[in-house]
Design a protein around this ligand. Sequence first.
Ligand code: XIL
Length: 384
Amino acid sequence: MSSFQPVLSRRQALTLGATAATLAAVPALAAPTSLAALARDKGLYFGSAVGAGPVGSLTGSFEDAAYRKILADECGVLVPENELKWYVVRAAGPQSFAFERADRIAAFAKANGQALRGHTLLWHHPQWFPAWIKTYDFGAGPARTANAQAMLVQHIDTVCKRYPQMISWDVVNETVDPADGAIRRTVFSDILGQHETLDLAFHTARAAAPKARLVYNDYMSWEVGNEKHRYGVLKLLEGFRKRGTPVDALGVQSHIGAENADSFTGFGRPQEKEWRAFVDEATGMGYDLLITEFDVHDKGLPYDFAPRDAAVAAYAKGYLDLMLSYRQTKEVLAWGMVDKYSWLQNQWLREDKKPKRPTLYDDAYQPKPLREAVAAALRAAPVR
Ligand code: XIL
């Protein structure tokens, strides 16, 4: 043992003590606080979607170490962006289940002490099934019904049981057609019936994932022209309640700001009343809420970064304040955390054809005003 013992004068000790006291008081204020921690303080989860690597048109964000660090630092929950969809898991045909890609994300989340949420067991939209299903022979007569039921049940049961850690599942995604508010038709609903298909999905998920929050997820919004979509979703939610279908929450995708017509005046003032009425109806039926795919489209905003980022942040803050004022809102998921990996780069291009800035971090992995807006909304949210 070293004989060296530092001996402090009383004055030195007092100064040190005072400094220590100051330091002890400061970190809580000055230390960068992750969004995961800010959310946790309020009884919420904050996290993001992430794609597991370059396959076809899928994003490759998960390959990027700097991106993984942002995910590890900021997120309390991760959701595979595409890796659990039928067109990935069941790509090779009716007998196959491919889990390698989702497994990588699950392993990463586990290593970082993060929760996982699932998207999606039944994207009930004809466009989003693997091609083989369109020509699959379900048989004839009663066997046809039994085979369609068996395929749907086997899928949901197998995927849920592979990931028992899921805190929530988007069981059914986007089944309401915004054009008329009707339930979309798919191979399953053509054989089993529309409500029967959706109810079977939820009942199967409840049995296979008894601990997960079961979610109906969709992109209805407050915008003018979206009335039928909102109405269709409420009708669907009402039907679930009447039939006793086990649905716990409404997932509000929250790809907000499409045209940004009202970005400079704060969150959708002209339509805020309509949106609150919609959310009140859903929560009034006893549904929890999740923000499942948050990003802010800057298509209609000027090129200059400073005003663009400021407008995006202001728009988002108004929206998040509203949504988080509902104690029913339990999770906030960004649909990607770095601009270059956003799905919005590939569609609905800006007029100037320049990259968009719809996420919390820029392409140099630096936080943008949108990150601060999310943090501020989390800080301002009531505890739930
Ligand atoms: C998107 C992904 O981000 C893209 O990478 C993919 O090519 C298509 O799907 N609503 C949803 C999500 O429910 O699954 C979608 O994700 C975005 C819109």
